[in-house]
Write a protein that binds this ligand. Sequence first.
Ligand SMILES: Nc1ncnc2c1ncn2[C@@H]1O[C@H](COP(=O)(O)OP(=O)(O)OP(=O)(O)O)[C@@H](O)[C@H]1O
Ligand SMILES: [Mg+2]
Length: 230
Amino acid sequence: MSARRGFYVAIDGVDGCGKTTQAALLCRWLEGGFAEVLHVREPGSTPVAEVLRRLLLSPETGTLDATTEALLFSAARRELVERTIAPALARGAAVVSERCFASTWAYQCVASEPPADAISFRAATAAAHQHARPDLLALLDVPARLAVARIGRRPLDRIEARGVDYQARVAAAYREVAAPGGWAAELLGPDAIASIDASGTPESVWRSLRARVAQRLDALGVEHDRLELT
Ligand SMILES: Nc1ncnc2c1ncn2[C@@H]1O[C@H](COP(=O)(O)OP(=O)(O)OP(=O)(O)O)[C@@H](O)[C@H]1O
Ligand SMILES: [Mg+2]
């Protein structure tokens, strides 16, 4: 099979919820059905967006205003979507992104105190996704304490260092993003958002994720007959 159109999945959720683990499994699986699979992470995956990533995640950056942060994350997103993701989709590639605009909403617009300006964020998100939007936003839902425990003892980046109460507010904000009728459903369409219980083993999370991805491929009419469903 050669894919008739591209397919763009974003995997999001609190630090340590399992995004990188599941993105790797998803990419390997999609390689069975797409000639090109692109694995990207936000912020980053272009030279300028990686510079913004270092700035945003380095503890040396210190405190930033939440709206400034939201706009910097959105600028990195615009750069990645415009220069890398949209052209890949036009070639018929499958794109798997670790994080997306839902992160900026949860961390900067809800969990930060004071929060980022939501109107500026929504305008910047519209700009970032002017030419491509995720076909599926998979939100990995785990209690913040479990996610923090999974991260273990590695050095924390500037945002992870904000602590477990902040992470709990972030996790709650993601649940709002997943709620039907919210603005994310307005942006992507109600069937494009999947909340996945990510508290089980990596294998059980992967089975749930794969089922939702297959369902979405079906709904969009993307052929995926060579992708194993069992
Ligand atoms: N379902 C799971 N159960 C237990 N441990 C897991 C599970 N999924 C991933 N892990 C482990 O938890 C840690 C964090 O997982 P991973 O790096 O995939 O999360 P992440 O969401 O990408 O984190 P970050 O936000 O830091 O990038 C890793 O050590 C990983 O091996
Ligand atoms: Mg990761």
